[in-house]
Ligand binder design. Structure first.
Ligand code: F6R
Length: 611
């Protein structure tokens, strides 16, 4: 998604802007640009494609100045062209704007401005901000008044930075929902969508609160609410691991992250007792024994985590659970029922739909909110009552792998913690949780090691030309089927269906034809296993090519399937951790052999900061 960066100081701003943008590359983008104030003139350089293309243009064309703003764009309004790349300006090049988010009433505003003889040169919603600022300059002599008037006219979620030729030493930074933070350095100020852009220069950070703006002049940050009232905010010290993740000897970040899963699980479970105690010190009163209902809310793979862990809470801790898609949940009617918790799961902690869902809960209920995130200083982590972090380390590949399994492990521990507090399990049982998770993560590793060669050298090539895939499962296996189908779509650009095996005869069976790959996730549960055997017989009878991920001793299924992957037994509820790596690696290899951009699949971004 789009990222913004800004710099005010005594150095050449373009150096930080290019570096800061490269540190935010993980968010995904298709074009980039910077603007610097140079001798009271706005100099703008922008280019389609990778940052390296922009860098060449900056070196060729020059873009120096002590105040500057930069942007990487992920197209929403208008194609990924140089013209649509940010910064955008008004008709007279007196205002430059970079923006992350969506101006929902842009068409209406553009219409009004065109009537006043403004000419627009891009198809973006952002350009309207620059034209509006230019118009408002005729009305207001005071920048504070100008911004108050400006934000009153903008609808949507946005974070933007603006430079004005008439205020050549000032930068305007505005935040409505989309994240924006300000780093206070020695004699210099940094601004960015994510602290990672400047964390190696300063640890003193102001996270701009929602619906506020800042006027930045050399060494001074003044923050105001949207109605123009000054707000005092002390910078907080932020300890962020700012090392840039390296691929090491792996061909892709995804492959590296897939192999990092056991360590991510172990680091997470080791950290949990201390993290939990830390949350206990918070002023909010909460009692795990009183929870009667949990609503889990997330998007994509994080939602699959929720679908898996909901069973932990109901079976182990006897708590009623419901799972919601963030984007749908925001339209739901909420009831402020007592002893209800809302748990939001998000790798990035910046997913716009999930943040919107959190704000919906906070507005409509008094319930306790909790976040499970991998990025400790994310917006979600800051806005909830309680937060527990996975310790998976930075996840760079767009497709989530290690944060998926680490968050399952974290929530398995938490469900057991609830059960322990409720005296549903004894001390020994609770102490055994870490062993169960460690064993499951070892099985994940072994399965990967056992099947890596077969998948790489013989299996993936058999599957790359299939018209589509069907993934089948029951219970946890059905959720894994959903995760597999999502991975096949995003990584290999393959149409894939996830079917609850029991639903086959109600429709999807009609799709089965000779040679169609059907991948089934088995279960250690005897009842479920029996039914899975019947399902496999049904698809085999119609010519499907069956791959089965099964557990030790499931010989009948092994005989039926064309190819099976045998996984060592684990605690039944932890089957998803044990089975997932074979599926992840299989899809990784298919994507690789189909020549797909594995770490950065087309059209996708790591951090989805627009709804
Ligand atoms: C798929 C994937 C996405 C994310 C989703 C939510 O591999 O990674 O589906 O899970 O965009 O992102 P977070 O977890 O950051 O809220």
């Amino acid at each position: 998604m789009c990222s913004v960066v800004g710099y005010l100081g005594s150095k050449d701003a373009s150096l930080f802007l290019l570096e800061g943008l490269s540190r935010l590359e993980y968010r995904g983008y298709d074009s980039a640009g910077i603007a610097c104030m140079s001798d009271n003139e706005l100099k703008i350089v922008k280019e389609r494609g990778y940052l390296s293309a922009l860098e060449h243009c900056v070196y060729r064309q020059g873009c120096m100045g002590n105040v500057g703003i930069g942007h990487t764009r992920w197209a929403t309004h208008g194609k990924a062209t140089q013209n649509n790349a940010h910064p955008h300006t008004d008709c007279n090049n007196k205002v430059a704007v970079v923006h992350n988010g969506i101006i929902e009433n842009s068409s209406q505003l553009i219409g009004q401005l065109k009537n006043d003889d403004h000419t627009f040169s891009s198809q973006t919603d952002t350009e309207v901000i620059a034209h509006l600022i230019a118009t408002l300059q005729n009305k207001h002599n005071d920048l504070n008044d100008l911004v108050v008037d400006l934000v009153a006219q903008l609808d949507g979620a946005y974070a933007f930075l603006a430079l004005l030729k008439d205020y050549s030493e000032t930068m305007i930074a505005v935040r409505n929902q989309s994240p924006l933070c300000i780093g206070i350095g020695d004699d210099e100020i940094f601004v960015a969508s994510d602290v990672l852009a400047f964390a190696h220069y300063t640890k003193n950070v102001i996270f701009l609160p929602d619906q506020t703006f800042a006027l930045l002049v050399k060494n001074t940050v003044k923050v105001f609410s949207f109605d123009g009232q000054a707000i005092m905010i002390e910078p907080q010290e932020v300890m962020v691991d700012h090392q840039i993740a390296q691929k090491d000897s792996y061909q892709h970040f995804m492959l590296k992250e897939l192999y990092e899963q056991p360590q991510a699980i172990i680091n997470t479970i080791k950290s949990l007792p201390a993290q939990f105690e830390e949350q206990n010190k918070k002023q909010i009163s909460y009692d795990l024994t009183q929870i009667e209902q949990i609503h889990f809310i997330a998007c994509g793979t994080s939602r699959h985590t929720c679908l898996i862990v909901q069973h932990f809470f109901s079976f182990i801790a006897n708590i009623k659970t419901t799972v919601h898609l963030s984007s749908e949940f925001v339209h739901e009617q909420l009831f402020d029922t007592p002893n209800t918790w809302y748990i939001f799961v998000s790798q990035s902690g910046e997913t716009a739909d999930t943040l919107h869902a959190l704000r919906h809960v906070k507005k409509e209920t008094t319930a306790c909110t909790m976040a499970i995130v991998n990025v400790a200083f994310s917006t979600l982590a800051r806005e909830v009552d309680l937060v527990l972090c996975t310790k998976a380390g930075p996840e760079v590949a767009v497709a989530s792998t290690k944060t998926f399994t680490a968050s399952i492990a974290l929530l398995y521990w938490l469900a057991n913690k609830c059960a322990h507090k409720k005296e549903l399990i004894n001390n020994n049982e609770f102490d055994n949780v870490a062993n169960q998770l460690t064993h499951a993560s070892n099985v994940l590793q072994q399965s990967l090691d056992n099947y890596r060669d077969t998948i790489t050298f013989s299996l993936a090539s058999k599957l790359i030309d299939a018209p589509y895939y069907i993934f089948l499962g029951r219970q946890q296996g059905h959720t894994l089927a959903k995760e597999a189908a999502l991975k096949a779509q995003e990584l290999a650009y393959m149409p894939a269906l996830a079917v609850a095996a029991g639903e086959l005869k109600h429709g999807p069976l009609a799709l089965i034809e000779d040679g169609l790959p059907v991948i089934i996730f088995s279960s250690q549960n005897a009842e479920v296993y029996k039914k899975i055997i019947s399902n496999v017989q049904e698809v085999k009878a119609r010519g499907a090519y069956v791959l089965a991920i099964i557990f030790t001793g499931q010989d009948e299924l092994a005989t039926l399937a064309d190819k099976s992957f045998v996984i060592a037994s684990v605690t039944p509820l932890l089957e998803p951790i044990a089975m997932v790596s074979v599926m992840q690696y299989l899809v990784y290899c298919i994507a690789q052999q189909r020549g797909c951009a594995i770490d950065k699949p087309r059209n996708l971004a790591k951090s989805v900061t627009v709804e």
